[in-house]
Design a protein around this ligand. Structure first.
Ligand SMILES: Cc1ncc(COP(=O)(O)O)c(C=O)c1O
Length: 378
């Protein structure tokens, strides 16, 4: 059989390194309904090149839905439709940086964002975080030293640490951006996936400052295969995105998918599906937490309140990258901490995701991780 999906684990192997939903969690019925709503309109517009800023009715529906979810008004004139967060980030790199420029990132950060920055020849400098996220004083020092093209941050339920930046620090970052004249690129793909409480309003809600480009995505709240997301920013930034050669030549991105997802939003199916995801992922967190406490008590972590990940710290001296083959031999996988470091650090950390596996598999994974850890003991 030819491969269709990115992750195809062997059924006997529980790979908690996979940070995406399993097929049985994906919203096939909701997409069918959205597609039928579009077909019933009998309007071929979505089959043509689209308008550069993104399908108008999707933007209207998205602005309305986000306003309710965020609790702060999101205006149509601040939204640009992208082909997912990765594409938005790539486009921002194209338009807002030159090869050799410095980008500030959290240490640790999303490892594939590091790949996008490498594609653009950017130099990445990690900035220290604590259990509340980026430390504003450390950002200020790094900005003074490096004069970055922009700061890339994941403020809510961060990948990989699950940490959320408090509202005061968000405001402090924006004040620093205004003071020093730098841009903040806020990757907020987990903003709507809080399981115990909503996080503070997104950094995107500071976009009127002109210093914040907020990136959102349907990948985590609906389906990654849609390749659909958005940028929330001040009109001068949207003009820049809309004026790019890529967007101009292609006529925006994904007009047909946009027309389908518009129906998912307006019918209320998106809202109901996010509620379902929150309940499901919240349950998985409780199960994995309990199983890790039982089987891997040596691991230290903060229980995630949202997002997809547990970030575990093992005792000094454990090299999680070097020990991955031993874990795999026991039928369990993870992402080694070093993958998330801009400077090859974080050897004794690892990331687990609960998005792909059900509760039973998560329990079994914790048992196998316990066996693995005992094997490492000298
Ligand atoms: C922080 C972060 N940004 C972006 C992405 C990719 O998002 P998209 O599918 O919208 O490109 C992910 C997916 O894992 C992520 O964790």
């Amino acid at each position: 059989m030819l491969r269709v999906t990115q992750a195809n684990p062997d059924p006997t192997f529980i790979n908690l390194g996979i940070g995406q939903p399993a097929l049985n969690l994906l919203p096939l019925a909701q997409i069918q309904q959205g597609a039928q709503m579009w077909l019933a309109e009998n309007d071929p517009s979505a089959l043509n090149y689209g308008v550069e800023e993104g399908e108008g009715y999707l933007r209207v529906a998205l602005a309305e839905w986000l306003s309710g979810e965020y609790g702060t008004a999101v205006s149509l004139s601040n939204l640009f439709i992208s082909a997912g967060a990765s594409q938005a980030l790539d486009l921002i790199c194209t338009l807002y940086s030159q090869p050799g420029d410095v980008v500030l990132v959290e240490e640790p950060t999303y490892f594939l964002a590091l790949r996008i920055f490498a594609d653009h020849g950017l130099q990445v400098v990690g900035v220290a975080m604590d259990e509340q996220g980026l430390i504003p004083e450390a950002v200020e020092a790094a900005v003074r030293q490096h004069r970055p093209a922009f700061l890339y941050t994941i403020p809510s339920f961060q990948n990989p640490t699950a940490v959320t930046l408090p509202a005061e620090r968000r405001a402090q970052l924006v004040a620093l951006a205004e003071q020093y004249g730098f841009l903040i690129v806020a990757d907020e793909v987990y903003q709507l996936l809080g399981y115990t409480a909503a996080p503070p309003p997104p950094l995107a809600s500071h976009s009127a400052s002109g210093h914040v480009l907020g990136i959102g995505s349907f990948s985590k709240i609906l389906a990654p295969g849609l390749r659909l997301g958005w940028v929330q920013a001040a009109p001068q930034h949207l003009q820049r995105l809309v004026g790019s050669g890529l967007v101009d030549s292609g006529g925006g991105v994904n007009p047909l998918v946009s027309a389908v997802v518009r129906g998912v939003l307006t019918s209320g199916a998106q809202q109901a599906y996010v509620a379902q995801l929150r309940a499901e992922y919240g349950r998985r967190i409780r199960v994995l937490d309990e199983a890790l406490q039982t089987h891997l008590p040596q691991a230290q972590y903060v229980v995630p309140q949202g997002g997809f990940f547990f970030w575990l710290s093992l005792p000094e001296g454990v090299d999680t990258a070097a020990q991955l083959p031993r874990a795999r031999a026991l039928g369990v996988g993870y992402q080694p901490g070093r993958n998330f470091s801009s400077r090859g650090d974080l050897a004794s950390q690892l990331r687990l995701s609960f998005a792909f596996y059900d509760e039973e598999a998560l329990r079994e994974a914790a048992v196998r991780l316990g066996q693995w850890y005992r094997q490492l003991a000298p």
